[in-house]
Design a protein around this ligand. Structure first.
Ligand code: GLN
Length: 427
């Protein structure tokens, strides 16, 4: 165990003797199934649950020779932006004392930042790889929807999420992406993208060559951001310009509604996905005493934390007859609009750049009583999931106080090589 609480379990899983990741450690977020090793999703509901099979990404890590040093701590079921909602206690930011590591893959980013794993896997439904990467000063990639198999990932909101790499540098993140990417017959939403991504060769794209790269800056994603974050962002863009890139402003008017649309869709999908945790199919037994409704209710009352309950309730409400059109359908319309806006902006630029998070890492404990403010911190990351696009977060610099700031680069669908190339000019 680490003193910043990055791991939930430190059981070692050995991979093959050789392969591209031989001799390296890759920590795995605790919502990704590992055969024979407890997988809790940061929830008391799954305490002691041991999956009988490996997620596809875990099987690929083992084949590639990686050693998995443990399962990393996370916001319960991936719901959060600070990694403070885990039933196994909050994670501390190892590089910024008294601050949160970001979430929900806070444990994964923290163990990489602290040097307790060479690399890690996280999952990103609305920013959960990019946010903790930004807050801990490391690199994180959220792949295009369909590039990486979700088989064995415990679902939070399936239409939005992807598993992706977290690493100290862009080239290492690209190497890890290369191992886990590619179609999987067990996940019908994966696509064969070998042509678009040049045979899944990501590592060789990290050549730092940004000469002639055109960068669009959506002004909406700078509005309302912390002053020092914005300053650090522009310094990083100037650095890219000095290396041969150009930038211009672009419009993404729909992003104003992205956070609302994201939370309606994510909570709706979550309310359906989490129905399986009833103490019968999965989860702690609710102690049957002649009434199944009571038994289910007991199991969910005891097993779920406050944030998960809030989301199941809101999601169930948004999907209920009479309200479906008012909330869920509207959110889907907004999602289509966000997609359109990104397509348009990316027809005039190779990549789009913004601060990954509009704020530096929050003080610990600050966000717990104010979920709405926490949701709003996802303003720059959630639109990318709505549009199913790839994005990378790279360290851009620090605030005066020494707090890490991340720069997000968004690319067109299956444009991973472009964002890797651009990001590698900075980290
Ligand atoms: N903070 C967002 C949420 O709580 C994103 C989480 C994620 O990407 N898993 O839903």
């Amino acid at each position: 165990m680490t003193d910043y609480n990055g791991y939930i379990a430190t059981e070692t899983i050995e991979g093959a003797d050789d392969g591209p990741l031989a001799g390296r450690t890759v920590a795995v977020k605790d919502n990704i199934s590992t055969e024979g090793v407890q997988t809790t999703c940061g929830s008391a509901m799954l305490d002691g649950y041991v999956p009988p099979y490996d997620a596809t990404v875990v099987a690929r890590l083992k084949e590639a020779g990686a050693t998995i040093p443990g399962k990393t701590n996370m916001d319960e079921f991936g719901m959060g932006t600070t990694t403070e909602t885990s039933a196994y206690g909050p994670v501390e930011n190892p590089v910024a004392e008294g601050r949160v590591p970001g979430g929900s893959s806070g444990g994964s980013a923290a163990v990489v930042a602290a040097g307790d794993a060479d690399m890690a896997l996280g999952s990103d439904t609305g920013g959960s790889i990019r946010c903790p990467a930004a807050f801990c000063g490391v690199v994180g990639i959220k792949p295009t929807y369909g590039l990486v198999s979700r088989y064995g990932l415990v679902a939070y909101a399936n239409s939005l999420e992807q598993i992706g790499p977290i690493a100290p540098s862009v080239s290492e993140a690209a190497e890890l992406l290369e191992v886990i990417a590619g179609p999987d017959e067990r996940d019908g939403t994966t696509r064969d993208a070998s042509e678009a991504v040049e045979g899944y060769d990501f590592a060789d794209a990290a050549d730092g060559d940004v000469d002639g790269l055109s960068i669009g800056v959506p002004t909406e994603l700078l509005d309302g951001a912390d002053e020092q974050v914005v300053e650090t962002f522009w310094t990083a863009l100037d650095d890219l310009e000095a290396q041969g890139a150009t930038y211009h402003e672009v419009d993404l008017p729909s992003v104003e509604h992205a956070v609302e649309a994201y939370y309606v869709i994510a909570m709706s999908e979550a309310s359906s996905n989490l129905a399986r945790f009833d103490g019968v199919r999965y989860g702690q037994s609710g102690g049957y005493e002649g009434n199944w409704n009571e038994s289910f209710a007991n199991s969910r009352e005891e097993g779920f934390g406050e944030e998960v309950k809030r989301r199941v309730l809101l999601g169930t409400y948004a999907l209920s007859a009479g309200y479906h059109d008012k909330y869920y359908k509207k959110a889907q319309d907004a999602r289509a609009w966000v997609k359109q806006d990104f397509d348009e902006a990316l027809s005039e630029a190779d990549v789009l750049a913004s601060p990954t998070m509009p704020v530096p890492p929050m003080k610990r404990g600050e966000s717990l009583d104010d979920p709405l403010t926490m949701y709003l911190a996802d303003a720059n990351t959630t639109p990318v999931n709505l549009a199913n696009l790839p994005a990378i977060s790279v360290p851009a610099g620090e605030t005066d106080e020494g707090l890490p700031v991340g720069l997000q680069l968004v690319g067109p669908a299956f444009g991973e090589r472009t964002i890797i190339r651009a990001g590698s000019a900075l980290a």
